[in-house]
Design a protein around this ligand. Structure first.
Ligand SMILES: NC(=O)c1ccc[n+]([C@@H]2O[C@H](COP(=O)([O-])OP(=O)(O)OC[C@H]3O[C@@H](n4cnc5c(N)ncnc54)[C@H](OP(=O)(O)O)[C@@H]3O)[C@@H](O)[C@H]2O)c1
Length: 394
């Protein structure tokens, strides 16, 4: 019997920066290289707020998309393209609310980079719009779709190390410079307040992802509880948080998580990953350790209390398309989008709207406690289709 043709999803890439490149190249890899045959992807268009030439250069030279892919010099043109079935929003998170809303208003399905928005209210409005337009909408927390993450969630649920009482997760990069600054220009989106810079929204979201994956997501729906939040932040001279620590408490489950992020010290101390696990998922019967970086982990370990000295080490390499010499790991979340659309689902069970909203609420509370205040332009939840954040930097 002939096998069914794979479901094809046609992507439009909004913006042409670093992660846009990683993701578009992943879309163009052969799904067979990761053992996938039920879905496939096409890059049919890309848009740059800088110029059409930049979008064309991205398609032709950077990601080597088929010559049929269209280049646009504005985000508006991209969302109006009838060939585009899903828009991947890959602008700085300062822009996500306005840019994702632009795409949703145009009736497009949307995969939006993390952090989903700057405020919880913005995230709620996007979810409401996705519901109203009856389209698919998902926050691009790619790590959740790694086979490693799926396995770790299964292990947690199976109780292999008993009930989980504490999770410690860190995603930090040592960017410290002797002159007291960090190795990012003040204009760089990692520290620029106009671009919602700071350790939390950029890196801490991944630490929180591990807390939520292990302490919240795995709970039955009726037992999920929004955590209590205690946060502290040291601020950089731009006003962005440079070192952030958050404690989440889930009183009903007697569990707790500690999420860490910093631009001053690194999870990976020596660049060789000898600094120990980035994530420790601790149960009464042992612990699961995940080797970092938290966003792209490649190995986990299981250590049981009653089997001293025995450490189960499992490597989970990211498959590469040898022909294109590429494989970053964002293709698994792309496959999830394709399967959801194929199956008529508007949200992903692995990153449901409700969980994105709870995480945004946690981050908003942490920023409040840390005294970080972003400019009005990027915290507004009023959609401005022709505002500066949608019309760009020509
Ligand atoms: N999933 C991941 O692993 C991952 C990794 C890195 C980043 N991210 C997230 O993805 C988003 C983009 O990060 P990135 O590292 O790709 O950033 P980036 O390299 O700076 O690219 C961002 C792009 O957004 C567009 N843009 C529009 N207005 C802009 C403005 N005022 N200033 C700067 N850029 C502007 C630009 O593209 P055009 O000029 O073409 O419009 C720019 O190239 C962020 O939200 C980040 O948190 C995710």
């Amino acid at each position: 019997m002939a096998s069914q043709a794979p479901f094809t999803l046609k992507w439009g890439i909004m913006a042409t920066g670093w992660i846009a490149e990683m993701f578009a190249k992943d879309l163009l890899t052969n799904p067979a290289c990761r053992g996938v045959s039920d879905v496939r992807h096409e890059v049919v268009a890309a848009a740059s707020s800088t110029s059409k030439e930049r979008a064309q250069d991205f398609l032709t030279n950077t990601v080597k998309a088929p010559s049929s892919a269209k280049a646009y010099g504005s985000y508006h043109e991209l969302v109006d393209d009838p060939d585009v079935e899903i828009v991947y929003v890959t602008t700085p998170h300062s822009h996500h609310f306005q840019n994702a809303m632009l795409a949703l208003e145009a009736g497009k399905n949307v995969l939006c980079e993390k952090a989903l928005t700057v405020t919880a209210s913005q995230a709620r409005k996007l979810v409401e719009k996705a519901k109203e337009k009856n389209v698919f909408f998902m926050e691009a927390v790619w790590t959740r779709y790694f086979p490693l993450s799926i396995k770790v969630r299964e292990l947690v649920k199976s109780g292999v190390v008993g009930p989980i009482y504490r999770v410690i997760a860190d995603l930090s990069f040592n960017k410290d410079k002797p002159d007291g600054t960090v190795d990012f220009a003040d204009s760089h989106r990692i520290v620029n307040m106009d671009l919602a810079g700071g350790a939390l929204l950029d890196f801490g979201i991944y630490s929180l992802t591990w807390l939520f994956q292990s302490l919240y997501h795995v709970q039955p729906e009726q037992e999920k509880e929004a955590p209590k939040v205690v946060a502290a932040m040291n601020k950089y001279h731009t006003g962005a948080d440079e070192t952030t620590s958050i404690i989440l408490q889930f009183p009903k489950h007697k569990s707790m998580g500690i999420a860490l992020a910093s631009l001053r010290v690194g999870t990976d101390v020596d660049g060789l990953n000898t600094g120990g696990p980035a994530i420790r998922i601790q149960g009464s019967g042992g612990e699961i350790q995940v080797m970092g970086p938290a966003y792209r982990p490649l190995q986990y370990k299981v250590i049981k209390k009653d089997e001293p000295g025995k450490v189960e080490v499992v490597d989970c390499p990211i498959p590469k398309d040898e022909e294109r010499d590429w494989g970053h790991g964002t293709f698994w979340e792309a496959d999830e989008c394709a399967r959801c659309l194929r199956d008529g689902k508007k949200q992903s069970d692995t990153m449901p709207w409700s969980e994105s909203l709870v995480i945004m609420e946690v981050m908003e509370e942490a920023l409040k406690q840390g005294g970080v205040t972003y400019p009005d332009l990027i915290t507004s939840d009023v959609y401005e289709p022709n505002g500066a954040l949608n019309t760009g930097r020509k």
